[in-house]
Design a protein around this ligand. Structure first.
Ligand code: PLP
Length: 356
């Protein structure tokens, strides 16, 4: 292939590389350990629904039944919602709708890579506002950058991946007031925080777009389902760049069933939150290790020494975490997804053995 064939903006991109996974306990991607099909009524209703399932037909372009189920869950109108194949697809659609080459986005850092990457493909550039010590967001810095650049889009991940930091909704409202253009709030982990969501502000602010996903707290990462919430005219604009049948018929069938039985799934969520708090309290006690408070289903930790050795020792114990190698932003860091006590106890014993 000739490199000239490539779109100029992606010429220097590295291929996205996922190493084959051999470990038994995979806690590197913030997946949920819980299988919703182990809830008998969820499985029963899915099996019943499959009786009338027609995979030979195209799915509903705007996923009407799913939008209805989501609107009941989050308390918005159906026409304030647009659904797709996971949050990642929704990020692509959102940026495709609004960014021109040369546009700027303001984003805090460190955060989820997809905003900057997707923006770069479109020829937009990111103005990055670095976190304060302890990976807490620099609120003044964000507000200053918004006022100075008036970027086409301001992105706030709340709670933030990979730091776990949660900003108050009142701060996001300040950003909404300061910004003349789009403010995009990624609430992929909001079901774990259970407070400070800005979905309730959608009716008040015509420049607000909120992202949610069923991949994390709902445990449906493999099914692919994410959605954006915004005022109707924004949703209609985003729908213009959407593939007509983007969301497959199976997801449209299954997701409403899962949403209907969310109380059962939220019991598991509550267990994960409890286990996260326990793991945090245990990690804090280990010398030479820093752990950051988190409102999500993961914890960010850093070590002073033995960074690669600990990663290898975890692997030897069948545990795969996300490691930040040669990262200027998160030196000697790991991001640990919280699952069960059994897995966390293996993790703790490795950290204790290596560091004590
Ligand atoms: C996981 C995640 C998403 C979306 O994931 P999908 O599986 O594509 O829905 C979006 N934002 C953040 C910050 C995430 O961690």
């Amino acid at each position: 292939m000739k490199t000239e064939w490539l779109r100029k903006t992606i010429k220097d991109f590295e291929p996205y590389f996922v190493a084959p996974i051999a470990e038994k306990h995979v806690i590197n991607a913030n997946e949920n350990y819980f299988n919703v099909l182990s809830i008998p009524v969820v499985k029963k209703e899915l099996v019943e629904a499959l009786d009338t399932f027609k995979p030979q037909l195209y799915p509903k372009p705007m996923a009407d039944n799913l939008r209805k189920a989501i609107s009941e869950y989050i308390g918005c109108d159906e026409d304030e919602i647009i659904c797709g194949n996971g949050g990642d697809e929704m990020i692509t659609y959102l940026l495709n709708t609004f960014l021109n080459p040369g546009d700027e986005i303001v984003v805090h850092t460190p955060t989820f890579d997809m905003y900057e990457l997707t923006g770069e493909v479109l020829g937009a550039t990111a103005v990055k506002v670095k976190d304060l010590t302890g990976y807490r967001r620099d609120r003044e810095g964000i507000l200053e950058a918004v006022k100075k650049y008036q970027p086409k889009m301001t992105v706030i991940c709340n709670p933030n991946n990979p730091t776990g930091d949660l900003l108050p909704a009142s701060f996001i409202e300040e950003v909404l007031k300061a910004a003349e253009n789009i403010v995009f709030v990624d609430e992929a982990y909001m079901e774990f925080a259970q407070k400070e969501s800005v979905i309730g502000l959608v009716k008040k602010y015509p420049n607000l777009v909120v992202l949610r996903t069923l991949s994390k707290a709902f445990g449906l990462a493999g099914m692919r389902c994410g959605y954006l919430v915004a005022q109707k005219d924004l949703i209609e604009a985003i729908a213009k760049v959407k593939a007509p049948y983007n969301l497959n018929a199976f997801t449209q069938l299954f997701a409403p069933i899962v949403l209907k039985h969310r109380d059962e799934i939220f019991k598991v969520r509550d267990e994960i939150v409890k286990e996260r708090n326990r793991l945090y309290e245990e990690l804090v006690k280990i010398p030479g290790l820093t752990v950051y408070p988190s409102c999500t289903n993961f914890l960010l930790v850093q070590v002073q020494v033995k960074h690669e050795e600990i990663f290898k020792a975890l692997k030897a114990n069948d545990v795969l975490v996300k490691i930040y190698r040669n990262s200027a932003e998160i030196p000697n860091g790991y991001r640990i997804s919280v699952t069960t006590k059994e897995v966390d106890d293996i993790l703790l014993s490795v950290f204790r053995k290596e560091l004590q």
